[in-house]
Design a binder for this molecule. Sequence first.
Ligand SMILES: *Cc1c(COP(=O)(O)O)cnc(C)c1O
Length: 397
Amino acid sequence: MTKLAFLREVLLTLESAHLSRLMRTLDSPQRAHVTCDGRDLLMLASNSYLDLSGDPDVKTAAAQAVLEWGVGSGGSRLTTGNTGVHEQLETALARFKGSDAALIFNTGYMANVGIISSLCGQNDAIFSDELNHASLIDGCRLSKANVHVYRHNDMSDLERAIRDSGFDPSHARGLVISDAVFSMDGDVVNLPQLMGLAEKYHLLSMIDEAHATGVLGATGRGTVEYYGLQSKPDILMGTLSKALGAEGGFVCGSRDLIEFLKHRARSFIFSTALAPASTVAARTALEILERHPERVQSLRRNIECFCDALAQEGIPTQSQSAIVPIIIGDEQLAVSVSQRLFADGYFISAIRYPTVAKGKARLRVALMSSHTETELRGAARAIARALRQERELTRTP
Ligand SMILES: *Cc1c(COP(=O)(O)O)cnc(C)c1O
């Protein structure tokens, strides 16, 4: 046995459980239509919900930023990597979210890991939704705090978990964390009740708006706008990499929170600052979103149209977000349906364990504001057909 033989064993086990991963190669920008492995496809799997990743104005601004600032930022924000464009983006984000201040991280993943591990330590308590994103889970692990997982979006189970934990705010910090829009189910956190419980039990509240920014609320400002709340969670985190089509993560909150994170969040401190071009791209995308809230409304119309079309095909679904999951269950079936759709001209991802629980495999459709009604109705028909055909195949021995 060689030292590395276990690698092959693990890979073979994954293969026999239909859990091998395949990376498709795109030959075009991330827009509503893409070319991939030599085919033209309707993109129904992208997080670029407002189709801003390949937007001409965003591209021009980023290209000009390269000419003006160069490519890499050359250092951590705390050493040499901080520029005016980083600060302008933070100002714009804070204004957009109605917060006092903001801080950008290199990715949403790094934001979550850095925020949680700096705010909480060994004696503290974190209450975390069972379907929270992996980056939140990893932040919890890194913090070494006591993590109490509550049932998905179940606020009475959250209250039970808080009581059972014996959390005492006079001796420790407490933090409740949730995705705003759950990334594989597309449902929305019960924010009013979550914030009520956070208030009642003296817990900090943190919401991850990765899939809510640019999507929820009439102007895409996220969950606070969606629910019309007067107050905000203490920590509002989001990404620049999804609806805003660029890359990076951010957090909005009080000035003290942001100052604290600059001093303590290790993923902020010990990593080279985001490239100026990415920063400018995100700011330009944010400006477009602020000037054109009708993009958010187009996305909303598309969500309604697509769910309606699926229902007409006998697949009842609903979603408040750009994510429309079609639960299939069996891992192999989900993959074969997705492959058939690919051959039919649709890029739709099959999501399997470990991203979702075993036996909960699904197609995860992600909509864009720029899809047309004709395209979406065609996609719903193709999905229903592919499902029927693949189910037939698995039935015949
Ligand atoms: C994508 C995602 C992240 C990570 O953001 P990146 O910028 O891609 O690193 C964090 N949280 C949630 C809920 C996400 O969906």
